[in-house]
Design a protein around this ligand. Structure first.
Ligand code: MG
Length: 308
């Protein structure tokens, strides 16, 4: 297992010292992707699934006894899959650029379409997804997957906005935010009273937003929008929350960690641009990071949030 020897941490606030393991190093677990995304941990199978969007595949990294592992193909073609998570029953939920839809993979492997249009028009290209404790599926719908034929199929958007959506357990789809430039990663606070949503704006427009917004969640609706944190290197893409409520965001130089008050505590430096991340491992204390061509991981002193 290749291991990068330099310490990957930048400690900017003393609180960060308690979140990292001083002698833990960054592991490069796999490489050879074009744009790695969508990591999701399956503890019951000891594996991590992740998307390699341009290569049209979902890969499965299976852990061995020493924390290394091996990679096999889980699904190909993947319909340009991007963000992924699991629902309350443990089923795989996938955003597909190619199908411009959100799907569920049933235990027998068949695929059920959960959402593909809103008000009679096709979604743009669902990007990332999270499932709440009530079973509702929240996802973002920017246009990245229809901008070219590289990460999907080029097309004109049919939606007038790039929305954030909530699919309630009965199947009703509601748009819960419509004022993002490009909504991207999303994650709940451990008590699910706050939803964090990244706006990754445009890499070609420096003045465009590159921040994470926070909302209060009330009865399936979002209120009290505020800017929670700004990413100063690259763009915020995937985000996750740990058990203490800290927000971990992908960034151009690795992963940035923010306290619940929005103060940046520190960084995990990664030698490639990180697009997404997921807590995993048997104790949920290993941070897996999909970073351009590679999958990296680092052990932390904090675990991912276990939602109520
Ligand atoms: Mg994303």
């Amino acid at each position: 297992m290749p291991e990068l020897t330099a310490s990957p941490y930048v400690i900017e606030d003393p609180r960060f010292i308690h979140l990292v393991v001083g002698n833990a190093r960054l592991d490069q677990l796999a490489t050879g992707c074009r744009w790695a995304e969508g990591p999701v941990w399956f503890n019951d199978m000891g594996c991590l699934l992740f998307s390699d969007i341009p290569n049209q595949r979902i890969l499965r990294w299976s852990a061995d006894a020493t924390g290394g592992g091996s990679v096999t193909v889980f699904r190909q073609p993947s319909n340009f899959s991007n963000g992924q998570t699991r629902d309350r029953q443990g089923r795989l939920i996938t955003c597909e650029h190619g199908g411009r839809r959100v799907t569920r993979t049933e235990p027998d492997g068949t695929i059920t379409v959960l959402a593909e249009q809103f008000e009679g028009r096709r979604l743009n290209s669902p990007n990332d997804v999270v499932v709440a404790m009530d079973g509702a599926i929240w996802f973002t719908d920017p246009t990245y997957g229809i901008l070219s034929d590289y990460e999907g199929y080029r097309a004109e958007p049919e939606q007038s906005v790039r929305g954030v959506y909530r699919l309630d357990p009965s199947g009703r789809l509601a748009r819960v935010a419509d004022d993002f430039l490009q909504p991207n990663g999303l994650a709940f606070s451990p008590d699910e009273r706050i939803l964090y949503v990244a706006d990754s704006g445009s890499s070609h427009a420096p003045a465009a937003p590159r921040h994470i917004r926070a909302f209060d969640v009330e009865d399936g609706r979002l209120r009290n929008s505020r800017i929670f944190a700004t990413i100063d290197v690259g763009l915020p893409d995937g985000i996750r929350v740990d058990a203490q409520g800290n927000v971990w965001s992908s960034a151009g130089d690795g992963v940035h960690c923010f306290a619940p008050d929005g103060k940046r505590l520190g960084k995990v430096l990664v030698p490639e641009t990180v697009a997404n991340l997921a807590f995993g491992g048997p104790r949920r204390n290993r941070l897996f990071m999909t970073a351009t061509t590679s999958l990296y991981a680092v052990y932390l002193a904090v675990s991912g949030a276990q939602y109520p």
